[in-house]
Design a binder for this molecule. Structure first.
Ligand SMILES: Cc1cc2nc3c(=O)[nH]c(=O)nc-3n(C[C@H](O)[C@H](O)[C@H](O)COP(=O)(O)O)c2cc1C
Length: 447
């Protein structure tokens, strides 16, 4: 029987950050945001037949650590970052099949603007666009959009669901065949085929319709990355495909079950919603070579940079942790501060035990491995890595696949994925040998 195929994406979010830009194998003499560098990344990804190239985003300068932005700026932690939309457009112009995933926060953005932008990008790329929605736990981001405090966790997800309701109504506000462009009569489009939206909700009031015709995918692919119980319910409501965290496989299996239950409760078919697991990865001809490359991550940034990274992502200033504490105490404080019940501290509790007492020094040893993605980076020979990916794929229900990323160095570590790993996955019947469809939505459902 034919094996179910994996879907593969490449997340380039962190390629110029966390000290990666100067590791061996990184582009010499090029700095972010050199557009030619990104065009080349897109060409390499398309050569590897990836479903999409993807970027996360953050829109603030991290300043949670010690209440200061200095460490982030000095060491390049989530800094500098641009809106990736223009870079994706550039990359789309040098490719034909590759999809593009862009991240925006439903907590800060407005759905009319986003529905219109995604429609435009979908037209421009011929149906290759995905919108990844995040709720944002990052205080520095919130501070740029009029918030003194993070919006309450549940409310962020209520807003996300309504945000997507509005987008969907706007994308449906014009019928696919409304455009006429009749040279003889001069009629441009049929007014009977365009409809008001008249949305009046808790967060948004939008009259509609959208002022453009439907795009090739009509609804650009929706991705969502929440991992808490409320976040998973939102995934079921919102997402065509989910972006899952690079955590222990038992936690991934747990998320898969929870998502299946949430999808079923909504009357949706769980088989159709894949999870693309974030998977930092280094592959080489031999295990020793791959591990040597991975080890460089631990030398890439100083302790201050680690603090800046983990504090920004968790929405909590870890410079204040005491000399000794239990993971549970820290986790409870983070949840009480409206940040997130999942993430680094939740995963640490899973790994070493929630009631375990640790010292400040031990905590920061875990933190450097988190900030560099060291612990979760799969490093090995082609066979090692392909075996693990197959195991994880099957354990998590053989739906979706992997979002490679956080590679130590671009382009070399991406080229290794394309030239070494992709052929092996193809040999095992686990990955496509050609793009069969035109749109990202269709390619992501091709199994
Ligand atoms: C794989 C993954 C990628 C994420 N990427 C981003 C991102 O690029 N920008 C961002 O602001 N938040 C990002 N988040 C954070 C989520 O939006 C969310 O706030 C976080 O996972 C906390 O989960 P919860 O909101 O369900 O508690 C990401 C989360 C995960 C799991």
């Amino acid at each position: 029987m034919a094996k179910t195929k994996m879907h593969l994406g490449f997340d380039f979010s962190y390629s110029h950050m966390g000290g990666r830009w100067r590791l061996p194998g990184a582009w010499p003499g090029r700095t972010f945001p050199d557009v030619e560098m990104y065009e080349e990344v897109a060409r390499i990804c398309e050569r590897g037949l990836f479903d999409m190239i993807f970027s996360g985003d953050g829109t603030g300068v991290p300043d949670t650590w010690r209440g200061s932005r200095d460490a982030a700026i000095e060491w390049g932690m989530n800094w500098p970052r641009q809106d990736l939309n223009p870079l994706m457009v550039a990359m789309s112009r040098v490719t034909k099949h590759l999809g593009f995933g862009l991240t925006y926060s439903s907590t800060f953005m407005h759905p009319y603007y986003m529905a219109r932008l995604m429609n435009s990008l979908d037209h421009l790329t011929g149906g290759r666009i995905a919108m990844n929605l995040v709720t944002s736990t990052r205080r520095a981001d919130a501070a740029n959009y009029g918030f003194d405090e993070l919006m309450e966790h549940g409310a962020r997800y209520d807003r996300m669901e309504e945000f997507v309701d509005v987008c969907r109504k706007l994308w449906d506000s014009a019928e696919p065949d409304l455009m006429i462009w009749d040279h003889a009569t001069g009629r441009v489009s049929d007014p009977a085929k365009i409809h008001d939206v008249s949305h009046h909700g808790r967060f948004f009031k939008v009259q509609g319709p959208l002022n453009t015709p439907p795009s090739p995918q009509r609804h650009p692919v929706l991705i969502q990355a929440g991992g808490s119980p409320r976040g998973i319910r939102a995934s079921a409501y919102v997402a065509d495909h989910v972006f899952g965290a690079d955590m222990d496989v038992e936690l991934q299996v747990k998320q898969r079950y929870a998502l299946d239950a949430a999808l079923t409760a909504l009357g949706k078919d769980p088989q159709k919603t894949g999870i693309l697991w974030q998977t930092p990865i280094v592959v080489r001809a031999t295990r020793a070579e791959a591990e040597a490359q991975k080890d460089l991550l631990l030398t890439a940034i100083p302790a201050e940079a680690v603090g800046a990274y983990i504090s920004y992502n968790a929405g909590y200033d870890f410079s204040t942790v005491p000399e000794r504490f239990t993971v549970k105490e820290l986790h409870d404080e983070i949840v009480a501060s409206n940040a997130s019940p999942v993430g680094f501290i939740y995963e640490l509790g899973h790994k070493i035990g929630r009631e375990t007492t640790i010292t400040r020094a031990e905590f920061f040893e875990h933190a450097i491995r988190e900030a560099t993605a060291y612990d979760t980076t799969l490093a090995g020979s082609v066979k090692d890595v392909a075996d693990i990916l197959e195991e994880r794929f099957e354990a998590t229900g053989s739906r979706g696949g992997f979002m490679f990323g956080h590679v130590p160095a671009l382009p070399n570590d991406l080229v290794a994925l394309v030239d070494l790993l992709v052929p092996e996955l193809q040999r095992r019947g686990r990955f496509r040998t050609e793009y069969r469809y035109k749109t990202l939505r269709e390619n992501l459902l091709d199994s």
